[in-house]
Design a protein. Structure first.
Length: 418
């Protein structure tokens, strides 16, 4: 099993001894496979798709409960974010509120929220958490598949790279919004449902490996290859911001970051010029419009009519009521931060403000690992379709645990140099 030793999880070490590297075991290997096949489709239960990552969420949660160290602030926030949506949903259904979802839909969505929130909290509280085994190796596999997809289409005019992962995905990727078929500019999706998710996983695994092994060059190389193959602006933004916060200031690392930036900036400028145009924020066919512009009116309506939060599970009703569905053709908003604000109302806005204050405090105080966690949670939630996605929360869990391990290791190394 891959665990982080309890002494390695404390804010400060009593002695400057070395921290043993995580041990590989069945849970660690399972965690690695759960990332590789995160959205691997297994079956459907009603409208809910059971995935490999979804199954492993339960395994990780149970394993993390073996030993936890309670924290009053974390517990208060956990209870608050459980009780509020439960009360809002309960009274909305009882009082037959206009946008109230059916009770079955509310219970299913609330259950997903409980799992998502529990995973993130356990990532902070568990002293025997699960850490991904061999993150660099898993990342290499993902990047190789991404290269196979792009090179296959653009050089050999074959879709074998996409055909290999089709069985993992619960829809026909060749007849979808991915626009893969007969597209010489098709973007790599790895083993996932879209290019942006592939990019997010590549950055996540790169940071996890850096936290554990302190190997920067090899992870920068994977990120650069991932940038070229996925053309994901999310990957570029996440890697740039996390890199600025996490990476140390040694001469070697500084030179490496400068070189990587020199290589990444031209590619990023091409992506920006192609996708961040005025038209992309005005056309209903554009993901920029659907994720950034169109939800603003919907979010304003939700805050005005449901200041304490929209009942969980009512997102589709809201999309129809506000015209978002008619405008974009999507049944719900696919920006997780917007959804979070709508689901938790004023508490959601206060929570985001508090997160930004924490980010500033951590950065000023030299707690770069905790600052990275805040950044990752915010950016990955915005990039995900919903804060209710338990697979996304599983990635957050792995990221949090790796950052905790990296922080403990850094503190021990600093103590040893004194």
């Amino acid at each position: 099993m891959i665990t982080v030793q309890p002494q390695a999880m404390r804010p400060a070490a009593a002695s400057p001894g070395r921290i043993a590297p995580p041990r590989a075991g069945i849970l660690g290997v399972g965690a690695a496979l759960s990332v590789l096949f995160l959205y691997g489709y297994i079956a459907s239960i009603g409208a809910y798709a059971v995935t490999v990552g979804g199954i492993f969420c339960g395994i990780v949660a149970l394993a993390s409960l073996r030993r936890i160290k309670l924290n009053a602030v974390a517990l208060y926030l956990f209870v608050a974010f459980l009780i509020l949506p439960l009360l809002v949903g309960f009274f909305a259904i009882i009082l037959h509120a206009e946008l109230a979802p059916p009770s079955s839909q509310f219970l299913q969505s609330f259950g997903l929220w409980v799992v998502s929130l529990s995973l993130v909290v356990l990532g902070f509280l568990s002293t025997r958490p699960v850490l991904v085994a061999a993150p660099f190796l898993i990342n290499v596999v993902i990047v190789v598949i991404a290269c196979l997809q792009v090179i296959g289409v653009r050089v050999f005019n074959t879709y074998i790279g996409f055909e290999l992962v089709q069985p993992l995905i619960g829809f026909d990727i060749f007849k979808s919004y991915l626009n893969i078929f007969n597209n010489a500019e098709a973007r790599a999706i790895g083993t996932y449902y879209e290019a942006s998710m592939c990019g997010r996983v590549i950055v996540t695994l790169a940071v996890i490996d850096y936290m554990i092994n302190r190997k920067l060059a090899r992870n920068v190389a994977l990120i650069l290859i991932g940038l070229v193959t996925t053309q994901s602006l999310g990957l570029l933004a996440l890697a740039a911001v996390l890199g600025a916060v996490i990476v140390g200031v040694s001469a070697r690392e500084l030179v490496l970051i400068v070189v990587a930036s020199t290589l990444a900036v031209p590619a990023g400028q091409i992506f920006l010029s192609q996708r961040f145009t005025a038209q992309s924020f005005q056309s209903s066919d554009s993901s920029n419009y659907r994720r950034v512009v169109a939800p603003i009116n919907t979010m304003g309506y939700s805050l005005a009519h449901y200041p304490l939060g929209l009942p969980i599970g009512a997102e589709e009703n809201l999309a129809i009521e506000t015209g978002y569905f008619q405008d974009t053709g999507e049944v719900k908003i696919t920006n997780g931060l917007y959804q979070f604000i709508m689901l938790f109302g004023l508490l959601g806005i206060l929570s985001l403000a508090y997160a930004l204050i924490l980010l500033f405090g951590f950065q000023i105080g030299g707690e770069r690992e905790y600052a990275a966690i805040v950044i990752y949670v915010l950016l990955s939630t915005a990039a995900s379709g919903s804060p209710l996605l338990i697979e996304s929360s599983l990635l957050i869990y792995y990221f949090v645990v790796a950052c905790r391990y990296g922080r403990a290791r850094r503190i021990a190394e600093q103590a040893a140099r004194r």
